[in-house]
Structures are given as C-alpha cells and as structure tokens.
Design a binder for this molecule. Structure first.
Ligand code: BGC
Length: 764
C-alpha cells in the first residue's frame, strides 16, 4: 500500500515537474534569443543550421508545394519552419496541389531581370518587387530567393537572363530597388549568387581565378551597392570556388568583407547543395546549408564533439537563423490568403515590360505603325508562342502568356490567318513530337522552319507590314552555344532575308522582334529589316507590351544594360570562357584575364566598335541636352553635376541620361570612362524640359589598388561626360582633384594563389 501511495505521489510530481519545465522553456520571441539557444540541444542546433529537407520525418514541402526549401522547426522552443522559394522573375511554386485542378496557385511571370535593368528606372523595379513580394506573402512563403545579381561577364552565360547587367552600378542599383520593393511587403529576399557565379559549365566545381581589383571593382561591387542601399534579409553564396576555395567556405568573403566592411547584418545561406565542408561553412559564417542533408547535421555534431568546431561559432550561426525566423510572416502566424491580386500584378508586369523594351533600329520611322497599317503578317514560331521567361529556378509557373496575335486583336489590328494556321499546326506537331518536360527544363522553343516562296508572296501582297520574331531561351545548368543560339540558324537568316525581300519588293516594311534572354549576333543581318525591337523575355503580358510599343501607345525608353558586340571574338572574355581543366588535372577553372576590362569598359577603352553599345536605345522622339553645370571646378568631398533635358520631338517620351567619369592618368591602369550615375526623366511632353542632378562622391573617383588594399582617387583632372549612351556623349565638363585621396582602406583578402596576366591598356 505504502509502495502504491509513493508511486502515485511520485508520478504526480513527475507530471507537475514536466509541465513546470515546459512552462519554463524559453520561447522564441518571448525570451531573449540567447536563452532560446541555451535551451537547445546540440542536435537541435545542428538541425537548425541545415535546411529542413534533412529531416525526412518533417512534412517539409507540404505547406507550399514547389517551394525550394524550408528551415527546421523546433516547436518546443516556439521556432516555426520558414519557407524559401525562387526566384528572380516571380515566385516559383507549384500551380496545383494534390492533383486537384479546381484550385490554382499561379504566380505572375514578370519580365526577366535583364529586361528590368533595361528600364534604368528604379521605381519600376520597386513596383515589380512590391508585387512579387505580395505574392510571396500571400502564398505563405517567407523568403524570395532573388534577386540574382551576378554581372554579365560573357554573353554565353546560361543564366544571364536572371542577372541585370554587365555593369556593377546598374546591377547594384537595380538589385537594391528590387530588394526594397519585395521587402516592403514584410517578406525577405536572398541576393544571389555571392560571388563570381558567371558560368553554368561545371558550376559546382568551377574554380574562378580572379584578381582582387576586378573582384572589388566589378564582381563584388554590385553586391556591395545592393547591401548598402537596401537591407536584404539574406545573401546566398554561390556554387563556384573563388581563388581556390568555395565561396560558402570563405570567411574573408562572408565575414570580413560582407559583414565587416559592408555592414551586412543578415543570414548567409548556401546555394542548393553548394560547397563541400559543413564545418568550414559554419566557420565562414555561411549560417544555413540548403536544402539540407542528414550528413551535414551529423558532421556538424561530430565536429563540435571533437572540438573541431567551437560551439560558440555554431551558436552565432543559430542566432542568425533565429533572427531571420523572428522576422518572418510564418513566425507571426500570418494568415495568408492564397489569393494575391494577380490582375493588378499583371498590370505591373505589362508596364515594366513596355518600359524595358529597347528599340535597336528604326529606319524611316517604321515604328510606331503608321495609321495605314491594319493587317500584319507574323513570321517565326515565337510570334505565336512568345517566350515569357527563362527556364530552371528562374522559371515561373504562370497561368497564361499573352501572345502577339491576341495582343494585336486586343488593340484592333488584324493578322494573317493563313500564316496563323500554318504556324499553329506546325507548333502543335512539334509539341506532340517533343512534349514539354517540366517548365523547369523546357525551353519552349522550336527551331523555325523555312516558309515557301508562295506563302511569302501571298503574305507580302495581302498584309501591310511583316513582323518576324526570333526567339532564344536558356537556363540553369548549361551555358549557351554559339551556333544556332548566339548566331542565327541558317533557316533564320534565310527567313530574315526572304521576308525582307518579299515585303520590300512591295514597298512594305519588316520589323524583327528579338524575344531573347541574352545577347545575340545582329551585325550580319541587321541591315535587312527596317526596324528591330528587342523585346527580351517580357513576362506574361509580353504580347500586350509589345503591341503597346509597336502601336505607339507607349514610346520605348529602354536602353541596353549590356553590350551587343559585333562578333563573339570581340568580347574580352572570349578566350577565357567557360574555362578548362589544366593539363593533368580534372578540376575545371577559369581565369578572369580581362581583369577590370569587362563590357563597355573594354570596348570603349580598346576602341572596339560594338554593334549596339552599352546604354544604347532609340525613342520615337528626340531629346536635347544642355547646360551642364558642375558645382565646383575643384572636388571637395563631393561634386554635383546638373543638366537639362528637353523633349524636342513630336511625341512624349522618357530619356535615360548617363554620367560617365574619366580619371586622370595615375598609378593604375583605368578604363577610358566608367558609369558613375544615371537617371531617367519623367514622361516629357513635346517641348517640356527637366533638370537632372547627379552627385559624385569620393568613392566614384576611386579605383582599388591591391598592393595597398585601398580605394585611391588620383589627383588630377577628371572628365564628366553626360551621354545618351556610353558612346553618344552630349556634354562634357572637367574638375580637378588637387591631392590624391585614400578613400577607403580594406582588408587584404581574396588574393589569387597564382599569377594572372590581366589585360592592360596598351602604353602609348
Ligand atoms: C539555383 C538557385 C536557386 C536554388 C533553389 C539552385 O540550383 O542555383 O538560384 O535559388 O537552386 O531552387
């Protein structure tokens, strides 16, 4: 009996102790973070810094199917799991769940990033970001794995469409605007892929060998601007190695530079499966390993037990994961609707697409369509099956893409019905023969077929104008090719010639639309058509946006944020792309021998004529630039440049104004000039003017000098050039810097372990 009573009493005690300890357990958000960490077991800590996919028992992707990953939940400490999903052109999640087609979860496919950059309008990116961010939040996602901001190093880069520009200033400013837009909705971003992720070839093993100066001035600079001008919740490290070490394992990159020098306060996560050594990653402050494996958890636990990893280091990683969770909608138990306003967002996508189109050629005012144009002959598969965006994690599962025929109909035009039936049948057949894999992989692109002489003759007789659309697609996992990709295929060149000949013979015009994600060769054929409009991959409202521009409803105001060279061999990295494994080794590597001479910095400094230069783009109106005023003839802390732009043409339009700065001859080799500011006017009516002001800071005058590990502005005369492109300079002025300045001293890190013979300007 006594035994029974004592058993009864002790069980009461145990129950009450248990509930007591539960109550006493620190809870995230209620207790100090340090206490929450203290209450975690080592296994919980290791699980938290490894993505939720490692925990097979967890229902990881149930909350938002199609999301790229989740973090680990620890309910006893009040730590929920958060959801991470791609990507740069809009949220990528599965459109249907559990084979139930009655409820859909479609997202808006916005224009690709390269197109957004071509707007040169940060407000547009903010608007797109806010719309994307709203979909992220309303679909129950916490962090958008975007924007992507690697520079366009080589035009064959398979993911260039996901990136903004060849120039770090444009890239950094656009990325900051996007981050600010997305995060205005109370969800996070992940700026990616940090850093030098400019190739898809062997992307998880490629060693990028680059000098410190090009890293600081070009490849890291865009991230630096983005971090300093927005506050991204997270950064995603890249797949590649940088000067011999995985970026996710480089403490100098992630701690010294990113956090120490730039003041980044958020979390760093790996790219999916990126890097090799979880312990090195923890030590480098790459806090979260995505999507996570059980092995990574075990390795971290063992490393702590074996004293290879100080638990204090792991605690800091854990702390940053918790700080991220604390900000997330999931933590605040946000009641997402699964019903974002897709209609409103479609309008944002259309406006961004119309503003990002670049008019490359417009002979005899072919565009906008003359009033007499009513009936249009559409050639090329993509005239009927527009490519809205790229593939891979940059793809968006959208419910529709507005095609050109429907957009023309919407705007009251007619199109040739025979061609429509011919192409529709052809595409139907192609799709049946080669059924689309998942949209993740499918390029949605079929090679064009020749069109018979009869069809051409008939079309040229019966229509007022021809549109020929040339399409290209690419995506994650492979780089582009030269043949049939950078260059036109034989059938395509044949089509450009035949369509042009047939229509010109009848005194009618031909417009080529470039529905592409990256740069193409144009020099060999651009003389044939009368107009060329670069429509990029314009998102779901593409057709409508194109018709807005060709009909004249909207005056094009996009400009190239990446150069179209005359030929591939002209590009500075042509000899070093994608790389190779050195003799006797299996490890792929690439050397950035072009150094700082990337894009227009190279073409302009080495006097290589491009086909269409950086910053180039035509308008239906003309602008006059006048009255360049510099705030002083001597630089002292800063300098302001003011100019007036007037619309002296016949229709309203917006102009992108660019400020390039040329430095005096000093110790360092420098490009002839570099972009240091840009601005877009409001919509100027004919006769209307606007004053624009640019501000130059000491950093804008400086270059990075590796031997002293500092940004130095050399004394001497600087030239300010205000241009409508990098080659069409309208106004210039000069100022003097009386004494050289050390603008910023940085840590001496990231050096290559081998000598790189970097390109230099020829000495005169
Ligand atoms: C890509 C990332 C993407 C991740 C998750 C990786 O393969 O490189 O950009 O965010 O997958 O889908």
């Amino acid at each position: 009996m006594i035994k029974l009573i004592s058993l009864f009493l002790s069980s009461i005690l145990l129950v009450s102790m248990n509930s007591f300890s539960q109550e006493q357990l620190p809870q995230l958000g209620k207790s100090p973070i340090k206490d929450v960490i203290k209450a975690m077991t080592l296994e919980e800590k290791a699980s938290l810094v490894v993505g939720g996919s490692a925990n097979r028992s967890a229902q990881v992707h149930k909350k938002v199917p199609g999301a790229a990953g989740v973090t680990y939940a620890i309910p006893r400490l009040g730590i929920p799991s958060i959801v991470l999903a791609d990507g740069p052109a809009g949220l990528r999640i599965q459109p249907f769940r559990n084979a139930d087609s009655s409820v859909s979860y479609f997202c808006t496919g916005f224009p690709i990033e390269t197109m957004l950059a071509s707007t040169w309008n940060q407000q547009v990116l903010k608007n797109v970001g806010a719309a994307m961010g709203n979909e992220v939040k309303e679909y129950g996602v916490d962090v958008l794995l975007a924007p992507a901001l690697n520079n366009h190093r080589n035009l064959l880069g398979g993911r260039n469409f996901e990136y903004y520009s060849e120039d770090p200033l444009v890239t950094g400013k656009m990325a900051a605007a996007m981050v600010n837009g997305v995060q205005s909705q109370g969800v996070g971003t992940s700026i990616k892929h940090f850093a030098a992720n400019n190739h898809e070839w062997n992307r998880t093993t490629l060693n990028v060998i680059a000098g410190v100066r090009p890293l600081r001035e070009i490849y890291l600079r865009s991230f630096e601007i983005a971090v300093k001008e927005s506050d991204p919740w997270t950064v995603m490290s890249s797949y590649n190695l940088l000067n011999g070490t995985y970026t996710s394992e480089r403490a100098d990159l992630l701690s010294t530079v990113l956090r120490g020098e730039w003041g980044f306060k958020g979390l760093v996560m790996t790219d999916w499966g990126g890097g090799k050594d979880p312990v090195a990653q923890m030590k480098a402050a790459n806090d979260l390993l995505m999507p996570g494996t059980e092995n990574q958890i075990k390795t971290i636990i063992n490393a702590v037990n074996n004293k290879q990893l100080d638990e204090v280091v792991l605690d800091s990683n854990v702390e940053r994961v918790l700080a991220l969770v604390l900000k997330s909608p999931a933590f605040h138990d946000y009641k997402y609707s699964n019903k974002p306003d897709l209609k409103a967002h479609a309008k944002v996508a259309r406006d961004a697409a119309t503003e990002g189109m670049v008019l490359l050629k417009n002979q005899q005012l072919t565009l906008p369509f003359h009033k007499s144009v009513r009936r249009i002959a559409l050639f090329g598969n993509c005239s009927y099956d527009l490519i809205a965006g790229g593939t891979g994690s940059g793809n968006v599962n959208r419910s529709y893409v507005v095609s050109l025929p429907s957009a023309l109909t919407n705007a009251g035009y007619q199109y040739d019905q025979d061609l429509f039936s011919y192409y529709s049948n052809f595409l139907k057949q192609q799709k049946a023969n080669k059924p689309a894999k998942s949209p993740y992989q499918s390029t949605n692109q079929f090679p064009d077929e020749d069109v018979s002489a009869d069809k051409l003759e008939k079309a040229a007789t019966e229509n007022d104008i021809a549109i020929l659309t040339i399409g290209r697609n690419s995506g994650e996992g492979s780089d582009r090719k030269l043949d049939n990709d950078y260059y036109l295929s034989a059938v395509e060149s044949g089509l450009v010639k035949k369509v042009s000949d047939a229509f010109h013979a009848k005194g009618k015009k031909v417009v080529v639309l470039l529905n592409i994600g990256g740069v193409m060769e144009v020099s060999s054929w651009r003389d044939l058509p009368d107009a060329i409009l670069l429509t990029w991959q314009p998102g779901i409202e593409g057709g409508n946006a194109i018709v807005d521009v060709i009909s004249g409803k909207v005056n094009p105001s996009g400009k190239l944020a990446t150069t179209f060279p005359v030929d591939y061999k002209d590009i500075p990295s042509a000899r070093n792309f994608p790389g190779a494994a050195p003799a006797g080794s299996k490890s792929p590597q690439v050397r950035y021998e072009e150094g700082i001479y990337t894009g227009y910095r190279y073409y302009n400094s080495f006097h290589i004529n491009p086909a269409y230069e950086f910053g180039y783009g035509l308008s239906y109106t003309t602008f006059n630039y006048s009255g360049l005023k510099l705030s002083s003839s001597t630089f002292n802390r800063n300098m302001q440049a003011t100019i007036t732009v007037s619309n002296n043409g016949k229709v309203a339009g917006k102009e992108v104004v660019q400020l390039y700065l040329g430095a005096p001859k000093g110790k360092l080799d420098k490009p002839i000039s570099e972009l240091k500011g840009f601005a877009k006017t409001k919509l100027l009516k004919p006769g209307e003017s606007q004053e624009l002001t640019f501000k130059l800071l000491p950093m804008d005058l400086a270059s990075f000098d590796p031997p002293v590990s500092a940004w130095i502005a050399d004394a001497g005369k600087y030239t300010v050039s205000i241009g409508t492109s990098s080659r069409a300079i309208k106004l210039t002025g000069t100022f003097n810097l009386p004494k050289s300045i050390v603008v910023e001293k940085d840590a001496n890190v990231l050096q290559p372990q081998v000598t790189i013979s970097e390109m230099k300007l020829p000495t005169e």
